[in-house]
Design a protein around this ligand. Sequence first.
Ligand code: IPM
Ligand code: MG
Length: 400
Amino acid sequence: MSEELIKQAKEKFAVIIEEQLMRVEEMKKGAAWTDFSKLSPIIIGVCFGDGIGEIISKHAETVLSHILKDEVANGKVKFKDIAGLTIENRAAQKKAIPDDVLEEIKSCHVILKGPTTTPQKGDNWPNIESANVAMRRYLDLFANVRPVRIPQEGIDWCFFRENTEGAYVLGSKGFDVTEDLSIDFKVITEQGAERIIRMAFEYAKNNNIDRVTVVTKSNVVKTTDGRFSQVAFRIANEYPGIKLDEWYIDIMTAKLIDPARRKDFKVMVLPNLYGDILTDEAAQMQGGVGTAGSANIGKHWSMFEAIHGSAPRMVKEGRAKFADPCSMIRASAMLLRHIGYPERAEKVEMALEVCGTYEKKMVITGRDSGVTGEEYTQYLLSWVDNPELKTRWGQGVNKS
Ligand code: IPM
Ligand code: MG
């Protein structure tokens, strides 16, 4: 009996190894980056998602289309609303991303994506994979870039979370070997580690930052995290002006809330699961996960989203219209920068900071004690268009 089970497990394992080796070969080919300056029109796909996702992505689309109205008018940019990335449709088709939706997504250059519901053990949905995780894998969105800024404290972090490997890439391929033994897998490849680590170093170099921190648990998870760390030290040799230090994930979560040390960190690069956890902690310090945006960058496509989920509890309690759209608006700013409009991205980011940190004429609390997402979006847009924006933002920063 157990011999048969072991044989079956080996067969499953063999398939996994074959798939991962194929992925390595793909990465070795080194695809070219999309050149947005040569695209016309640039197609921005919008997937609205579930729960509060539907509402806050609409607000983000309002901001984006306001900012890009001239480009939309002259045909340089086109918006495409993509229906069907909902839990109901995904459950009905038993697919993380239904085929027709994936085709639509692939026909765009960049995607703005609202949070989608991820089924979990014990809820009523079929056990389909997370749409986020699937999209990152299908589109090879290997870099999850998550900035967190707390200007009053001098904190300006940028997390580079590996997005296609680690504990996630095989997250839905683990299996119960026997009725008592469950096994999951974690994968790190040389190429996968290199591309995210290189991106972190390039970011540091381009922004005159002299320190990159790699976060692992390589003292214990020796093989995969060990490789990630080794690759980081190898790449660091190519950047003589930048110092690399390694921190273990446990002490890193502690240091992030150490007021004496935390602002010294600048650029952090980490395997998938550690990046998932640490960026929620960081976002909470910035004002909540509702304030943080996330870019999922691949060479061909990129996807921009909130770092949080679809908040079914808010919907159930009738609070969806009070959901904070800032995460999706921050993601939109990252999208603008990615497709070649850095000044406009900056405007949105400055307006977010003026409204959320300095002026605070309206506050969003997630309930009726604050304004609605719609009202907040209009407040923000009034600052985006305000000629005093930069001055007001500068005053706020100097005050800190
Ligand atoms: C995130 C989210 C996702 C993840 C979930 C929704 C699957 O937490 O983007 O950080 O774990 O990556
Ligand atoms: Mg997360």
